[in-house]
Design a binder for this molecule. Structure first.
Ligand code: OFO
Length: 167
């Protein structure tokens, strides 16, 4: 049975994963309307992965005798000043999610909840991959140069770190 503190912080993470999914969906839609189908595809897939992360937390909380709270949809900003600025925003958001996961890890140790600690190890590793995947996108963007956006857009899908979202 989850203790209340762990249940509450896991519900906070459900909210954050749900927002991540929504944020990347808004970015995907924006990129699509700007004529970047490859970037949009990268972001649509990222949005799906984030929904899987949210589901993992929901199922875990319920399985352990807690009650998952489904969050309201917060509206992300609909427009971005440019592709690079948008990916910098993605990196900043992933760093925020990493620190959010680390806070839960710290709490599980303080509360001696080793089952949740073990559940979180998948997320700890996932965050390493996600941050490095976004850094690779930013590196590629600098390498290709902003004047070759056609090539960047064509190649970005091959930069995805992993295609195994849920398991
Ligand atoms: Fe982008 O990460 Fe979820 O956890």
């Amino acid at each position: 049975m989850l203790n209340k503190k762990i249940e509450t912080i896991c519900n906070r993470q459900i909210d954050r994963e749900g927002y991540s999914s929504n944020l990347y969906l808004a970015m995907a839609s924006w990129a699509e309307t700007k004529g970047f189908p490859g970037i949009a595809e990268w972001l649509y897939r990222q949005s799906d992965e984030e929904r899987m992360h949210m589901l993992k937390f929901i199922k875990y909380v319920n399985e352990r005798g807690g009650k998952a709270i489904i969050p309201a949809m917060k509206k992300p900003q609909p427009d971005y000043p440019g592709i690079e600025e948008m990916f910098k925003e993605v990196l900043k958001h992933e760093e925020f999610i990493t620190s959010s996961i680390n806070e839960i890890v710290e709490l599980t140790l303080a509360e001696k909840d080793y089952s949740t600690y073990s559940f979180l190890q998948w997320f700890v590793n996932e965050q390493i991959e996600e941050e490095s995947s976004v850094r690779a996108v930013l590196d590629k963007l600098h390498l290709v140069g902003k004047n070759n956006m056609y090539i960047f857009d064509r190649d970005i899908v091959s930069l995805r770190a992993s295609e195994s979202p849920g398991e």
